[in-house]
Ligand binder design. Structure first.
Ligand SMILES: Cc1ncc(COP(=O)(O)O)c(C=O)c1O
Length: 456
């Protein structure tokens, strides 16, 4: 038997064994205690599936790190990278280049409003770094506001903007970031009973935070349009419009972080389109080329770009708009448009994943809440539906969550797991049958979580 990349299972197993041994000897991994790691080796991938070192096929409901929106090994993107490699592998950022120019045009065409200038970075965190730098220089103000329960990246400014425990060891209290509570009705900070109250109270809290911090000291508010890693909390109606209004009132730059939510994930090109709001800057990465080659960037509104018409923008990267990465973006965006992939994400979410996950919630005592859009869903797992006690503590894990993730994997399903949550985030290309296959595996595996609930 051979894998989709032509390797026999035996050859893949031998490759995987060597890769694993060398990994354990030489590779230093992100966010981890190195000695506790037993990484899964992936030897092949195709569409919505990956193969592990033992030749097992797994349905990839994680899209790796929620980035392979177009699925694995899309032939048009693979061909575009190969063709670009043969044509021109690299150019310095100061030169113009066909792949970069075309990628910028295709992205600008899809951003809301007039965000039609694109600054390219190597990934999401550096996109955030640059967006904040632009906002600070544009306004001449130092502070940046972001929400608790957020993730914005691993570099200095980005990790300090982040509202999750990964910030704590990196935060020396001098980053100029102030955190506030965003809307999250299921665990409302505002004792809200419905979305209308949550919107009003979260906006009143933000307004108060701005007033007490001093509006003239605040350069930007940075928000994921739909917070991803922190729990896929879709903002209630009116919230983002209210943030836009507060920004306008105080001359604050509104930065929408679409690194995870952009490029089809929510069933629209950008998640902020669901809310009819135009931010001043959008950060993107991941789905822009599905991570086939590292790429990120900032889409910039004209009034901010104009700040740097006559004075130099003090920032740059050797690989800004790298030809291989931007050629992959051109092919990804073109294929997504031609093949209706964004519409597929919307359709699968509305017709299969949303109803399917809600139906699981009716039968499984461990599911406290289901929330999401498109192919961007979270299951909030609890010990007790009445008290909403999480199945793992904030910032930690638990035997229940570890056993559940292992049960899913043993049955052939790869998920994104964070604290007490499972994220169902397959590629935007997923077919109905594949979505149902994943739901069926999840249904069986959730019995493991149910055993850890008060109902058991
Ligand atoms: C919303 C958001 N912003 C920024 C980042 C950082 O992106 P990167 O890991 O490419 O630096 C991420 C990564 O998951 C993200 O989800």
């Amino acid at each position: 038997m051979t894998l989709p990349n032509g390797l026999t299972v035996e050859a893949a197993r031998a490759e995987a064994e060597r890769a694993y041994a060398l990994d354990r000897e030489h590779v230093f991994h992100s966010w981890s205690a190195q000695k506790q790691l037993t990484p899964m080796t992936i030897t092949a991938a195709q569409g919505c599936y990956v193969w592990d070192g033992d030749g097992n096929r797994l349905l990839d409901f994680s899209s790796q790190l929620v980035n392979t929106n177009i699925g694995h090994q899309h032939p048009k993107v693979v061909a575009a990278v190969q063709e670009q490699a043969a044509k021109l592998c690299t150019v310095a950022p100061q030169h113009a280049n066909a792949a970069r120019s075309e990628a910028a045009r295709l992205i600008a065409e899809r951003t809301p409003g007039e965000l039609n200038r694109i600054f390219f970075t190597n990934g999401g965190a550096d996109a955030i770094e640059h967006a904040v730098r632009m906002a600070r220089l544009h306004t001449g103000r130092p502070k940046v506001l972001s929400r608790y329960r957020s993730y914005h990246g691993g570099t200095e400014t980005a990790i300090n903007l982040t509202g999750d425990p990964r910030r704590w060891p990196n935060d020396r209290g001098a980053s100029g970031v102030v955190h506030f509570y965003g809307p999250f009705l299921y665990r409302s900070q505002f004792y809200s009973r419905n979305e209308t109250e949550e919107t009003q109270r979260a906006l009143a809290h933000l307004e108060q935070t701005i007033a007490l911090e001093g509006p003239e000291t605040i350069a930007a508010i940075v928000l994921e349009s739909v917070p991803g890693t922190a729990g896929i909390m879709v903002p209630p109606p009116g919230y983002l419009a209210g943030v836009r209004e507060l920004c306008d009132r105080h001359g604050i730059v509104f930065i929408a972080d679409e690194v995870m939510s952009g490029f089809g994930r929510t069933g629209k090109w950008f998640a902020i389109e669901h809310f009819d709001v135009v931010p001043d800057l959008i950060t993107f990465a991941k789905g822009v080329n599905s991570g086939y080659v590292p790429l990120g960037g900032v889409a910039i509104a004209p009034h901010i770009a104009a700040s740097f018409d006559e004075r130099a923008y003090p920032g740059g990267l050797t690989y800004s708009g790298h030809p291989l990465a931007t050629a992959a973006a051109v092919a990804t965006i073109t294929a997504m448009a031609e093949e209706g992939i964004v519409d597929n994400a919307a359709d699968i979410g509305a017709r299969v994943l949303g109803p399917g996950l809600r139906e699981l919630a009716e039968r499984h005592p461990s599911i406290g809440e289901v929330r999401g859009l498109g192919v961007f869903w979270a299951l909030e797992l609890v010990r007790d539906k009445a008290t909403r006690e999480p199945l793992a503590p904030y910032g930690g894990t638990s035997p229940a969550m570890t056993e559940l993730a292992a049960a899913c994997r043993a049955a052939g399903l790869l998920l994104f797991v964070n604290y007490n949550r499972l994220h169902v985030v397959p590629p935007c290309t997923i077919a109905e049958a594949e979505a149902k296959e994943g739901l069926a595996i999840l249904d069986e595996a959730l019995a493991v979580a149910d055993r850890h609930t008060a109902a058991a």
